[in-house]
Write a protein that binds this ligand. Structure first.
Ligand code: ACO
Length: 316
């Protein structure tokens, strides 16, 4: 066991359900328009009718195949989700069963910040001795959305992403700095009761989101002794392109370094950051050594940011 080893992202996989719901489709059922949704959010379509567990299994299988490793070799499964398939057992347990894992597993609910919390926890556990962690973010937000409420129905979709995180002897790889916070007094601005649907005060969430993303990313960058301009890929939570643009501008991150998938996915909560990372990789932007900044915010309200030096190969 050593605390000086780093963490590499050796596998990356994603999953989206097949059913596409476009803004034009929503125009048929809601008092809304493609122009309003695109202009105010950047979203053009989303995927719906998925289940958190199935999407998580698909994304995890893709990530394991990408890493070229067998499921049995995984030391821990972390599933970030706010839409578990059941109150019990934890969705991570059924996902572990489907994948054939016998290692430890747990669900992590930090809403749309869950994936970033998971990444930071994973990095500490790898530093502490675990060799291989499967981190999945999966949510089926459409299942908790009131499909007749134009304030929320245009925003959310289903999706998942997974990373295989492995120990590497390169101790410069992995999380260089992170920050997390919660303001529980804002619980009512974005909430969903058990069996209910999402209630949201969009403007309050918007303003708070920009503020906490900027402050939290700045804190994580400072701990990493880096500035906004050092960031090669900014992969924030995909809620609204205006939140992403405003945050990037204030952090001094050039717009062309932002990873954006929400135009095709909508807000997939814990799935959104790994989906954005996968998109950045497909575009050839996630090279080894790249400085990657991730930042999630959501119901709680809670938030978390992390700066990573990207490495794709474990060094024995
Ligand atoms: N189509 C057409 N008009 C609409 C729609 C719609 N879908 N939704 C709202 N409107 C109307 C409003 O009724 C309002 O009309 P009015 O002026 O006659 O009263 C007008 O559009 C403007 O409404 P605003 O709320 O001021 O619009 P805004 O520019 O703030 O955009 C939005 C609303 C998109 C919800 C924005 O506030 C936002 O993105 N907020 C953040 C939401 C978010 O990120 N939530 C998820 C967080 S992550 C998690 O944990 C799940």
């Amino acid at each position: 066991m050593t605390s000086t080893r780093g963490m590499a992202v050796t596998g990356l996989g994603t999953a989206l359900p097949p059913t596409v719901l476009t803004n034009a489709d929503l125009e048929q059922t809601l008092d809304t328009s493609d122009a309003w949704i695109t202009e105010r959010t950047g979203i053009r379509e989303r995927r719906v009718d998925g289940s958190t567990g199935e999407l998580a299994v698909q994304a995890a299988r893709a990530a394991l195949a990408d890493a070229g490793v067998e499921a049995e070799s995984v030391d821990l499964l972390i599933l970030a989700t706010e839409t578990p398939d059941a109150l019990m057992p934890a969705t991570s347990a059924s996902v572990a069963g489907e994948l054939g894992l016998r290692c430890g597993s747990f669900d992590l609910n930090a809403a749309c910040a869950g994936f970033t919390y998971g990444l930071v926890i994973a990095e500490r556990l790898v530093a502490g001795g675990l060799d291989r962690i499967l981190l999945v973010g999966s949510d089926s937000m459409w299942s908790i959305t009131d499909h007749d409420d134009r304030n929320t129905a245009v925003l959310f979709g289903d999706g998942a992403g997974a990373l295989v995180l492995e120990a590497t002897a390169d101790d410069s790889a992995g999380v260089l700095g992170w920050d997390a916070g919660t303001d529980g007094t804002l619980g009512s601005v974005l909430a969903c009761d058990i069996g209910g649907t999402i209630r949201m005060d969009g403007q309050t969430v918007f303003k708070k989101a920009v503020r906490v993303v900027v402050e939290s990313c700045a804190a994580a960058l400072e701990k990493a002794k880096l500035a906004g301009d050092d960031v090669d890929v900014f992969a924030p939570h995909q809620a609204n392109v205006r939140i992403i643009d405003a945050s990037a501008r204030r952090l001094g991150i050039p717009g062309d370094r932002c990873a954006v998938v929400l135009d095709r996915t909508g807000n997939t909560s814990a799935g959104s950051i790994p989906l954005a990372l996968a998109d950045a990789r497909e575009r050839g932007r996630l090279h080894d050594g790249a400085i990657v900044l991730v930042s999630g915010f959501g119901a709680g309200m809670t938030w978390a940011s992390a700066v990573l030096r990207w490495a794709s190969q474990p060094i024995p």
